[in-house]
Ligand binder design. Structure first.
Ligand SMILES: [Cu+2]
Length: 276
């Protein structure tokens, strides 16, 4: 049994022995090569379809950077695992115990520091990107989104109109969606816009999106919200401003459960949620 006085020299001995036995430079080179292969394949895939908002290219760049960093960590783990399986496997007939290894300070410092730096960089870059795409432009359109089991309802406060299951927005105009859940947590997601936001009972969350591509898309719920979760969808139409106004004008006033508070008076939304 190692006494505390003997632990330090033993540790240094283990460090030196491991460094001598493991060809670190070659492992690093193979890791970089595998990172390149995985990154090229993963970043070539169009995960979320066409880019249909001004935020899409910024989010795709962010996603690519994260994919490359994740590919590096994945490759490092796979190469080290492969090397260990090949190099340290038991020879046929070897029934002996493994070497008594107590740890490796340099390795432990490295595998703590490298992920910490990667995660802090990812957090900073994500924060900067979100801050950039959530800047409000003058003249934005406010749309209130009400989610429930299992329907999406949209109210257009300025015009005092509502629509269920179909969302229309004008192209090239910033839209601020103020989201309210009437029962459980749902999540608002249009893949082509890249933005996803949870709808949480009792609070109002907001998503800021500038659609820049005319077309018809699907709004889907991405939070498992009950048996009908997969049916919680709505048709999204992005169209020129004049066409949008023509669609808006014949719509009905919202029924009382949809307050149409303009996304600013959260108290109204909260009472709606509490009463549901
Ligand atoms: Cu859902």
């Amino acid at each position: 049994m190692a006494t505390p006085e003997r632990a330090a020299p033993q540790q240094a001995h283990d460090d030196a022995a491991l460094t001598k036995r493991v060809p670190i430079l070659r492992i690093f080179a193979v890791t970089l090569a595998l990172t390149a292969v995985v990154s090229v394949v993963m970043t070539k895939i169009h995960w979320d379809g066409v880019q249909a908002s001004t935020a899409a290219s910024k989010i795709d760049t962010l996603l690519d950077v994260m994919i490359i960093l994740s590919s590096f960590v994945f490759s490092l783990v796979m190469v080290m695992l492969g090397y260990a399986l090949w190099k340290f496997r038991a020879k046929p007939g070897d029934e002996g115990d493994g070497e008594p290894i107590h740890g490796n300070t340099r390795l432990e410092v490295a595998w703590t520091l490298i992920p910490t730096v990667i995660v802090l960089f990812g957090a900073g870059y994500s924060w900067w990107t979100l801050h950039d795409i959530e800047k409000r432009h003058p003249g934005y359109l406010n749309v209130d989104v009400y989610s429930q089991q299992y329907a999406w309802t949209f109210t257009y406060p300025g015009a005092d109109r509502f629509s269920r299951g179909v969302l229309h927005v004008p192209v090239d105009r910033q839209v601020v969606f103020s989201m309210h859940s009437l029962d459980v947590i749902h999540s608002f997601w249009v893949p082509e816009w890249r933005i996803k936001k949870d709808n949480v009972p009792g609070i109002t969350t907001q998503a800021v999106i500038t659609p820049d591509r005319i077309g018809t898309y699907q709004l889907v719920c991405t939070e498992l919200c009950g048996f009908g979760h997969s049916t919680l969808r709505a048709t999204l139409v992005v169209e020129p401003g004049a066409k949008f106004r023509r669609w808006l004008s014949p719509l009905q006033k919202p029924p009382p459960e949809f307050t149409g508070d303009g996304g600013t008076a959260t108290g109204q939304s909260s009472s709606t949620a509490a009463g549901a």
